[in-house]
Design a protein around this ligand. Structure first.
Ligand code: FAD
Length: 252
């Protein structure tokens, strides 16, 4: 199917983008890897696509002593290839490599993935596990949203109307801090059925791809109480993903 008719604009800066996004029916476009299929299926019919992927403020990575600030339009491939610095001792490049296939990774962006808020996606859980902050930009300026509070429900985020994701600030893991990442899916490159993430120093366990926001856990035993809406089989899958992630971390 083809999308409903729409206008396309490529503003030169974030101020221009925010002005355009204030129009009724306007929507940001980054890599188009989730938005285009949704438009083709006519699940969304934006009147205006505001292209944000080349905005200078959404590109590049700024290094600070304790974190790296990634522009929202950094692609999965740039993270996979090490074109941007890595604060996560290899976790982010490892995750990027497992997203879809290269053509999707060349276009799909970190910010687009977070804004889309698919529970089966990789970045929402990883950013929550790393304790990242999402930097939202609106007409009132910037605000900082902890990644673990960013996704409110499937395909629903804490962004306010007219706001865009400007950047993602990811704290640096201490040198030598280990991690484990387990994505359970039917075929390599597919969306996950369950994701388990284990990080050490500080120790954080996270269950992702659980039909809801990524959920921080104290232990694998927490799953039935923290994810009570999952049926028994899905709880078991989350438990397996988490146990494998812990084993991978301990073996690293
Ligand atoms: C075949 C296939 C397989 C895939 N497999 C995986 C997978 O295994 N794991 C995974 O995690 N993902 C997977 N994806 C999704 C992929 O990672 C997308 O790139 C990503 O979800 C969306 O990023 P995008 O930049 O393409 O965003 P777009 O498609 O451009 O936009 C997605 C949504 O975010 C909004 N948006 C975009 N940028 C911003 C911004 N800066 N601020 C606010 N809102 C914004 C748009 O308006 C839209 O609502 C797959 C996609 C495909 C097509």
């Amino acid at each position: 199917m083809k999308p409903a008719a729409f206008e396309h604009a490529a503003p030169a800066d974030t101020r221009g983008a925010l002005t355009l996004l204030a129009q009724p029916g306007a929507k940001p476009l980054s890599g188009g890897q989730s938005l285009s299929p949704m438009m083709n299926l006519r699940l969304v019919r934006p009147a205006l696509l505001v292209d944000v992927k080349r905005l200078p403020d959404l590109r590049g990575a700024l290094e600070a002593a304790d974190h790296i600030r990634f522009g929202a339009a950094i692609t999965h491939a740039e993270i996979e290839d090490g074109a941007v610095p890595d604060p996560s001792n290899g976790l982010m490049p490892h995750v990027a490599h497992g997203i879809a296939y290269r053509a999707v990774r060349n276009r799909g962006t970190l910010g687009g993935s977070l804004a889309h808020a698919d529970p089966a996606a990789d970045w929402p859980g990883v950013m929550a596990a790393l304790g990242a902050n999402i930097i939202a930009l609106g007409s009132q300026g910037e605000r900082r949203i902890p990644a673990e509070a960013f996704i409110l429900a499937p395909f629903t985020t804490a962004l306010k109307p007219g706001e865009i994701i400007l950047a993602v600030e990811v704290p640096r893991l201490p040198a030598g801090a280990r991690w484990g990442y387990c994505k359970i899916n039917r075929k390599i490159g597919e969306f996950a059925k369950a994701i388990g993430i284990a990080i050490e120093r500080p120790r954080r366990l996270l269950a992702g791809a659980v039909e809801g926001p990524p959920t921080l856990l104290e232990s694998v035993d927490d799953i039935p109480t923290r994810l009570p809406w999952l049926d028994a089989a899905a709880q078991r899958l989350s438990g397996i993903a988490l146990q494998r992630a812990i084993a991978m971390m301990e073996a690293a």
